[in-house]
Design a protein around this ligand. Sequence first.
Ligand code: UD1
Length: 418
Amino acid sequence: MDKLIIKGNAKISGAVNVHGSKNSALPIIVSSLLSENTLKLSNVPNVVDVLNLIKLLKNYGVKIEYKKDKLKINPKKIKNLSADYDVVRKMRASILILGPLLSRFGDARISLPGGCAIGTRPIDIHLQGLTKLGANFEIQSGFVVGTVKSQLVGNKIKLPFPSVGATENILMASVLAKGETKISNAAREPEIEDLSNCLNKMGAKITGHGSKTIYVQGVTNLKKAEHEIISDRIVAGTYIIAALMLNSSLEIKNFNTIYLKSLINILKKMGAKLKVSKNSIKVLKGSKLKSTSLSTSPYPGFPSDLQAQLMSLMCLSDGKSKIKETIFENRFMHVPELNRLGAKITVEKDTATIIGNQTFKGAQVMASDLRASVSLVLAAMNASGQTTLNRVYHLDRGYENIEKTLGSLGVKIKRQKN
Ligand code: UD1
């Protein structure tokens, strides 16, 4: 397994271009299964989750060409298979193929995602929603097996929680369902809007996306389309936090700053000097940061995917901060590793207390999930001495060539292949 060797006391400067959003790309690539016509995508991030999904769809017979950040997907001759544990285990987002496959074939068989590093993450909301559209589910030897009698039929679906994945799965399934579907208490994440915009270009009739209530008028088929995927707000937020932790000036470009409003507000409250434009942010050096407290919550609230990175920053700010994690259980796996680097963080139930004004010291640490890993990279760049980050594959799932990007900004970081 690859390792990253990171030299501390780093300073960064210049500008970074944010790559395409992983969490938009995954459902949008899956949505191609609904159509018989070509979907061309641009700004596709070259990250391992996307590469794994491409592999999965190729197994289903989808023809895919991938050049630079462009994907050409032709799903005309797909066959229905079983998505096995080995695939679903690596990437929970594989469960998103359930809705489109049920819609196109009337049956689908996918391994249950099972336990996951960040909590149990069940799929009950996905299944309840798809059941309301007329699907029937059985669990057979660790597989969820779905069938539809004739065709999915639109319905009114109220989600008990605005799950991102469930909203996407139900949305995709309802595009070709008969009649109208109303999804209430839907997730409002920008990635849902992006998926809906792409589906509408393909000929779907979706309104209300980006709000709590989404309406879908079923159509009979979809046409060829082209779509540019939005840039990754979580990656953008990570680089903003990096510049603040390294007391460096940095420009973060090529993303819609509206999607990061919750982070920008918190950072400004903490005392960060930021120059915010429509599609870029300049972090200015010389910020004196103070502590704060917050809870993660569904969009437009503070994203759980930036919780670990902000926690790293809080270790350096003045005073005692608190973070309450309300989206996922057990999403504090970075805490013991940050403590190995010199942080003083304690966790009680869903709340972490972070003592500020700490100094990080390089050590051997272990990446445990995607965002946890990057919080360790942030701390390591600030630390005195050298840090070795093991199990880098977690990072590669969502950050495109992170060592190259950070290297180009001035960080001494190298990958050791094993
Ligand atoms: C997506 C994102 C992930 C982000 C998360 C929350 C992708 C590929 N991943 O994950 O990066 O951290 O949104 O913003 O887009 N839940 C249930 N039953 C369900 C579905 C979810 O109980 O059927 C629970 C989960 O266990 C979790 C919470 O709801 O505790 C949020 O999950 P969800 O919004 O579905 O996240 P994902 O789509 O898995």
